[in-house]
Write a protein that binds this ligand. Structure first.
Ligand code: HEC
Length: 155
């Protein structure tokens, strides 16, 4: 499997994971815009999450232990998903994290605030630029004459 294929597969996995979370977030009936203290969330993120996750807006050095959170949310941001839904997804990751990410690193209002912060900044600014839409590298050739008209292979 080439590196490019792996990268594509990873992004697909994220899109699927996010899709699952969105169903849950939609059930909460939240409006647009995040709820919580985004400044507190930023501090908590820097202390507890940035060691594993890259998030350009945090200003912390990149880390590859966990997924780059700008990459995780870029496709959904481009698709017009609102911050409140992202907040639900991030909050759910905090409470139901999969190994090696520890569950409940932050709880209560702090968890809400971290989710609000990540939701409001992920894949924004410079991190928004890279597109996740992969274009085909070459246009497949259309056979001429078309396949049906080709003579069947000889003996
Ligand atoms: C010990 C390293 C570590 C820490 C600390 C950590 N995470 Fe994670 N996180 C991960 C890993 C690894 C994954 C991928 C797990 C998987 O896909 O099974 C992940 C996945 C995620 C995802 C889903 C991203 C995606 O693309 O699927 C979100 C959102 C997330 N973490 C947010 C946070 C937040 C917010 C914090 C701080 C409260 C945090 N993480 C702290 C390692 C970490």
């Amino acid at each position: 499997m080439s590196a490019l294929t792996l990268r594509g597969a990873r992004r697909l996995a994220v899109a699927l994971a996010l899709g699952g979370g969105l169903l849950v977030a939609a059930g909460c009936g939240s409006g647009t815009g995040v709820t919580g203290d985004v400044d507190n969330g930023k501090t908590q993120f820097a202390n507890l999450c940035a060691s594993c996750h890259t998030l350009a807006a945090s200003g912390k050095p990149p880390s590859n232990i966990g997924p780059n959170l700008d990459d995780s949310f870029r496709a959904s941001r481009q698709a017009g998903i609102d911050d409140a839904q992202f907040q639900g997804v991030v909050h759910r990751w905090i409470t139901e994290a999969q190994k090696p990410m520890p569950r409940d690193l932050v709880t209560g209002d702090d968890a809400r605030d971290v989710a609000a912060y990540v939701a409001s900044v992920a894949a924004t600014g410079e991190a928004a630029d890279e597109s996740v839409i992969f274009k085909a590298e070459t246009t497949p050739e259309i056979p001429d004459p078309s396949r049906q008209e080709l003579a069947p292979p000889g003996p």
